[in-house]
Design a binder for this molecule. Structure first.
Ligand code: HEC
Length: 100
């Protein structure tokens, strides 16, 4: 009995780890869509806004403001509408965690 609980616990943990990895891979795919303009992993060329190492909450707020039209934009109002608020949270977290 004890043994089967251990096996069960191990497989639940393994599944959780796999799930977390899949989640990271998914966020990377979303973030890659920003790389054309904001640079690889959010490190932009001069003249473009870098996203790497920015405050997560600030990135989330800007994306939500683009989405709602509160923040004027040439292109970001359209791009931000392509993501749910949860996806924006995840993408912002990804860029905030990148080195500047
Ligand atoms: C086609 C080019 C392009 C792509 C792709 C793009 N952006 Fe932008 N981004 C811009 C431009 C241009 C601005 C300046 C605001 C504007 O004119 O829309 C901007 C501004 C921003 C800002 C505000 C920067 C600041 O500090 O004022 C954030 C945050 C941002 N983008 C996040 C993202 C994220 C996240 C993605 C990917 C989901 C993304 N962008 C994809 C062109 C792009």
């Amino acid at each position: 009995m004890k043994r089967s609980i251990q096996v069960l616990t191990a497989s639940v943990l393994a599944a959780a780890a796999l799930g977390a990895q899949a989640q990271v891979a998914q966020v990377k795919v979303w973030a890659a869509a920003c790389a054309n303009c904001h640079g690889t992993n959010g490190r932009a060329q001069p003249g473009m806004e870098s996203l790497a190492g920015k405050d997560k909450e600030e990135l989330v707020q800007k994306m939500l403001d683009f989405k709602s039209g509160r923040k004027p934009a040439t292109i970001m109002h359209q791009i931000s509408k392509g993501y749910s608020d949860e996806q924006i949270q995840d993408i912002a977290g990804y860029f905030a965690a990148q080195k500047k």
